[in-house]
Design a protein around this ligand. Structure first.
Ligand SMILES: Cc1cc2nc3c(=O)[nH]c(=O)nc-3n(C[C@H](O)[C@H](O)[C@H](O)COP(=O)(O)O)c2cc1C
Length: 265
């Protein structure tokens, strides 16, 4: 019997390159994004795997200026809550959310949580729903990167959820899982390393010498927040003391191209 192979001209190198070069973008230029690029992102979401093929997602494309402004206003309010509750030198490293007002398109990724009844009762059904939604969002994130677009994965918070459900006229039964901000990155995106494979991969069973203690887990949280704080400076999200200009763009995997050229890719 012959082997069954996936019939595609895309290579694993293409895929890994896009995955490695994708970055969360928190600084955008206001230029419009062609409709077909947005359709490609939606198409990528549509093809995500989902538990039992439940496809629990719905996408709302938001281009209207007033709705975008209102969203940015409501979403920015979370910073105030964070400043009250998760502040201090080790507090959450919020980006300056004023960049949201410059984002030309948002895609609201909503989900029907009731569909978790599709999954076997034996399972953690809500986890499967969440993982399905995450797979969908990641597909969309990658499709944005593959077209040279920047995107941010904007998490939801309970303090402003009701207002956003109303803003986007989302009917009962559905929840907003994430909102994707999409646009042209201004190229000063952050550089972020990943933990090396040797640190995260275990063979056959979990290597006990690498199990984190509670104290080590807490230290990791603190360190991660610290690194993210540094990232904000490198990317230009906050006024930089590091001088991003010193880092050649090509080293970061970017080339500068004109806005006219971008639409042609
Ligand atoms: C589940 C999830 C939630 C996230 N929520 C936010 C968010 O609310 N705001 C934000 O700016 N970035 C958010 N991010 C982006 C992460 O901060 C980002 O992926 C991480 O710092 C790694 O950077 P990179 O995406 O540039 O590789 C989220 C990412 C994931 C996977």
């Amino acid at each position: 019997m012959g082997r069954i192979v996936l019939d595609t001209s895309a290579t694993i190198d293409d895929l890994l390159e896009i995955m490695r070069k994708r970055r969360s973008c928190r600084l955008f230029e206001p230029d419009p994004v062609p409709e077909e690029m947005i359709t490609n992102i939606l198409e990528a979401g549509r093809w995500a795997p989902s538990g039992c093929s439940s496809e629990p997602w719905e996408f709302i494309v938001v281009r209207d200026a007033e709705r975008r402004r209102r969203f940015s206003e409501i979403y920015s309010q979370q910073r105030k809550f964070s400043e009250e509750r998760d502040a201090g030198p080790e507090g959450f490293p919020w980006p300056d959310l004023s960049y949201l007002f410059n984002v030309p398109v948002f895609i609201v990724v909503a989900g029907d949580r009731r569909l978790n009844r599709t999954y076997p009762m034996l399972y953690y059904r809500y986890d499967i729903y969440q993982q399905s939604m995450a797979a969908c969002i990641q597909n969309m994130f990658l499709a944005a990167a593959a077209q040279g677009l920047g995107a941010t994965w904007l998490s939801m918070g309970r303090h402003f959820e009701q207002e956003l459900l109303a803003l986007f006229e989302i009917p009962p039964g559905y929840r907003i899982e994430t909102i994707l901000a999409i646009g042209w990155p201004d190229l000063r995106r952050e550089v972020r390393e990943r933990r090396p494979l040797a640190e995260i991969v275990h063979y056959e069973s979990f290597d006990p010498s690498r199990a984190r203690s509670e104290a080590a887990a807490s230290a990791r949280v603190t360190a991660t927040r610290g690194v993210r704080r540094l990232d904000r400076e490198i990317s230009g999200e906050t006024p930089s003391t590091l001088g991003f200009g010193d880092k050649p763009l090509e080293k970061l995997g970017y080339t500068v191209e004109s806005i006219e050229d971008r639409g042609k890719r």
